[in-house]
Ligand binder design. Structure first.
Ligand code: ATP
Ligand code: MN
Length: 462
């Protein structure tokens, strides 16, 4: 008989028919007359109940059915009398694929802490919680492609290994095939990278934006969606060393177009998850965050507040709130400041614009005041910065001057400046940290819990 996924069992056409299911046992309970097994196959957060009439099965047959074991069951799908489920399977045949010794299988009881499960990241996808998170994550990835593809954006794959050491978004992981115990040296006694794999120093990318701009100034509108790497030693609940980023970049866009795109995009993704992952979101809301659904709907129903960094700082300076980090014009805002604006002051997502040029990247377009740049950060409740973007400096002279001013090593970046040398156009774009979006939509509080196998300082297990 052909296997039916548990998610499809709940459709009416299977009722009263013989079905075949395969999956992992969550629990078994019962007495000597009847045994109940809750089975999950990963297709949904819902388990299906399988009823074993012990007049037809022996204790010996059911003995291997312990939490975590994998089985196949054929049987009749009937309406359930018990509460908590609509249908159940009356087992006819049982096959055990793999046992799970109760002495050593770590996921015995419900309600393991998220910290405990992080140590068991190889098995945690089998829990209801991580099943739900990973399904939401998958749906959001699909929504992202759908959003951009429906709007005529092209998916551009930018390199993960890069030789430009001036991307500026964060510390980089070096990539080398040199023997670290026996490094070739040049006359000055420095490492001779001409002997390295690429003939020069290379690293894992911190952002695909610079290459994204090459795509946008040719195809008109592109987006990237891929892994990025940052070697900062920031042990926070919002930072990973390896995370996924979505970076749209659009020719002929100014900062207002960019803000509109960011707001539409993020709302589209949230709505997609609410429309398509309701069981999983409801499960997460019930177990971790009672206000989750309300918060998601609230974002959909409200326009984001748009205000300048200068106005934002003024609000922060005038507030009575005690911040850990000082706030003044020119300071880089901390998560506590961002969250104060969003959660306490406006009680809405906020797009902060026109930051001091000193605290933003070299490629952002300079405003007429010569002090601020056309940057935009989207700030979210519980998260702080979820998107960072800007209108780009398209003027060759201004960009070159800024690069010189900052002493940025541009020898490997001639190709980037060529976009401003040949047929330069106004353009803009932004980067969304995928895991921060998944955090928001799932209501989780630690970014390590929304990626299957997190990479953080001192942690590259699994
Ligand atoms: P933050 O100030 O939070 O460290 P950033 O300003 O360094 O972020 P950007 O370089 O603007 O980040 O990157 C664009 C987006 O990527 C951010 O808005 C955020 O959503 C996400 N992001 C940045 N760093 C990380 C990280 N280490 N782990 C996960 N997501 C990140
Ligand atoms: Mn940023």
């Amino acid at each position: 008989m052909k296997r039916i996924k548990i998610i499809d069992l709940f459709r009416p056409e299977h009722l009263g028919k013989e079905v075949c299911v395969m999956g992992w046992v969550r629990t078994r309970r019962g007495n000597k007359h009847v045994q109940f097994v809750a089975l999950n196959d990963g297709s949904t957060v819902k388990n299906v109940q399988i009823v074993f009439d012990m007049a037809q099965f022996t204790d010996e047959q059911l003995k291997p059915i312990t939490t975590g074991s994998a089985i196949k069951v054929d049987g009749l799908l009937v309406e359930s009398m018990g509460k908590g489920q609509s249908v159940e399977i009356q087992a006819r045949t049982l096959e055990v694929f793999g046992t799970a010794d109760p002495e050593s299988y770590p996921l015995q009881k419900k309600g393991h802490t998220l910290e405990f499960l992080r140590e068991k990241a190889h098995l945690r996808p089998r829990t209801n919680t991580f099943g739900a998170i990973l399904r939401v994550r998958s749906a959001l990835a699909f929504a992202i492609h759908k959003f951009f593809q429906e709007r005529g954006f092209f998916y551009l794959n930018t390199p993960l290994i890069t030789a430009s050491d001036c991307e500026g978004a964060g510390a980089m992981f070096q990539v080398t095939t040199l023997d670290l115990n026996n490094l070739p040296k040049n006359e000055e006694g420095k490492v001779d990278y001409s002997a390295d794999f690429f003939g020069k120093p290379t690293a894992l990318t911190v952002s695909g934006q610079l290459e994204g701009e090459l795509g946008a100034t040719a195809l008109g509108a592109i987006y990237t969606f891929g892994p990025t790497f940052r070697a900062e030693n920031s042990n926070t609940p919002r930072h990973l060393s390896e995370f996924w980023m979505i970076e749209p970049e659009v020719a002929f866009f100014d900062i207002t177009d960019n803000m509109d795109l960011a707001e539409d995009f993020i709302k589209y993704c949230i709505k997609y998850a609410l429309d398509n992952c309701r069981d999983d979101i409801d499960f997460l809301a019930e177990h971790y965050d009672n206000e989750l659904v309300e918060r998601l709907k609230f974002v959909l129903d409200n326009e984001f507040v748009r205000l300048s960094y200068t106005e934002g700082v003024k609000i922060l300076e005038e507030s009575k709130h005690k911040f850990e980090f000082p706030v003044y014009w020119g300071a880089d805002l901390q998560s506590e400041h961002e969250r104060y604006l969003v959660e306490e002051h406006f009680k809405k997502p906020v797009i902060l614009t026109d930051y001091p040029k000193e605290i933003k990247a070299f490629y952002m377009k300079l405003n007429e005041d010569n002090k601020t740049v056309r940057a935009m950060d989207v700030l979210f409740p519980k998260i702080g910065e979820i998107i960072g973007g800007s209108e780009r400096e398209e003027n060759f002279d201004k960009l070159s001057a800024r690069i010189e001013e900052l002493d940025i090593p541009m020898k490997d970046m001639w190709w980037y400046l060529d976009t401003r040398r040949f047929g330069t156009v106004p353009h803009a774009g932004f980067g969304l940290g995928f895991e921060r979006l998944v955090l928001f939509v799932t209501g989780m509080t630690n970014i390590r819990d929304v990626i299957p196998f997190p990479r953080t300082p001192n942690n590259a297990e699994f």
